[in-house]
Ligand binder design. Sequence first.
Ligand code: G4P
Length: 548
Amino acid sequence: WYKNMIQTSEEIRTSDATAGAEGIVREVKRRRTFAIISHPDAGKTTLTEKLLLFGGAIQMAGTVKARKSGRHATSDWLEIEKQRGISVASSVMQFTFDDCVINLLDTPGHQDFSEDTYRVLTAVDAAVMVVDAAKGVEEQTIKLLEVCRLRNTPIITFINKMDREVREPLEVLDEIESVLKIKCAPVTWPIGMGKRFQGVYHLLNDQVLRFVPGEAKAGQDVETLQGGEIDQLAKQCPSEMQTMRDETELVMGAGASFDLDEFLRGQQSPVFFGSGVNNFGVREILRALVDWAPPPLPRATDVRLVLPTEPAFTGFVFKIQANMDPNHRDRIAFMRVCSGRYSSGMKVKHRRTGKDMKLANAVTFMANERTRMDEAYAGDIIGVHNHGQLQIGDVLTEGEALTFKGIPYFAPELFSRARLRDPMKAKQLQKGLRQLGEEGAVQVFEPLIDTSNPLIGAVGQLQFEVVEHRLKAEYGVDAVFERAGIQTARWVTCTDASHLAEFVKANQSRLAKDVDGNYAYLADSGVNLRLAQERWPKVQFFATREHG
Ligand code: G4P
């Protein structure tokens, strides 16, 4: 079906739907939905901002950065973000470029929130990977790329900070290929670096894009040189131009030319060099998204493949976020539309509960503001106000019973128990933990024995701090988290129900249930886990699980 998926996507892209009944096809065709992945400090925030600037979505540089540094983030729990200067929140931005509707999904850079990032990546059709040219491939990028690989997400690579003294481009490319195991197809190649950075040579257009430092100019102002003008440049900086020629000859000789089909299959990444902070190379990334990135892809479900152009609405929740805005103290469920058309006030079926829901007042986001959305199509992300009805992985349809696959939970690596300072607040604590668990802020497990004392699992320590802070600010619960003596968890299943019951009986003290009622085995050490696996060979132990 994967081949089918790419083919359908290409059919949509090349179709010439114009109006009327083909309206959905036309709208789907012009959608692109992507996320930027990078190691912290590589330049993700800067690139996000520049993309928005070029897309006309913001008027002024500084808007997104301000949010990152917390100057505009006034809600209580974002205080943590402010203090630490990291981006806890991730949100969605929509803008148009060249008649394409582009949905950019922001992801938290800090690794403690990587679980959130992984889920965001299930909602995109492509990703832009930002690599710091001085540092090369860094740890967080490796992890994120692994997640992209699970779904063969096409990746566009942006090698950033060429205005600095950085590593040799060939070396960086080699590292990407060997560490990330993805073939690189350079589309632009740098001419010099640091103080002697002249610009890039565009291998497909046979042009030189001149680099001029500074943030003032917009994308269309980039000076392009061709033919004799390039020869002229070669006279001004012969050594940089010669190096560029030698290097491009070498990489092209090694057969690294861009191949759209390989890109769409997630096997090859077009590579661009630039300097985000100087607005340089950003327009080429936008062009690659518009020209090459796939329109919304068909999505796998438990029963069939859902095509983005189908008339009936379907969508799934991949993220829940509280307190996006202190003036709206509610929770927003971020939903990726997978097919059909959302229109304000429409009735949908909530797959998990079987209840009918009215979808009204969905919102979209732009930097710091939210705007009402009247219609949305596959690839768009809509924000649905919600008071706890919607959970991560929930599916809304116009009636069909199906569940989208691939929204992951990862086995926590850290476990704590909440100790109340005021024992009268036990009920609020339970409520708070349940809701925060549903949001995916942490994972909450209820031990089979001692059910009133839940275990809280996280992938990163900062998650506990956010939850501690939010419990106090939103639920009035003063609790401290104390480390529980558990090292890892595995979800357990067995095809033989009576064997599973036997396993559960024998391991009661080590078992807990997650929010969806699945059994998890809690091991205090790797040895303990291994022993359990050896003793119960028919029971399967999983380090990740899909929602539902
Ligand atoms: P992140 O979201 O991936 O964490 O990275 P961010 O964009 O915040 O960039 C990290 C730092 O790198 C910032 O510097 C930013 O200005 C700088 N940077 C981004 N792109 C480029 C580039 O093309 N060239 C150069 N030379 N620097 C770049 P900072 O000092 O941490 O913040 P600021 O005070 O400059 O805003």
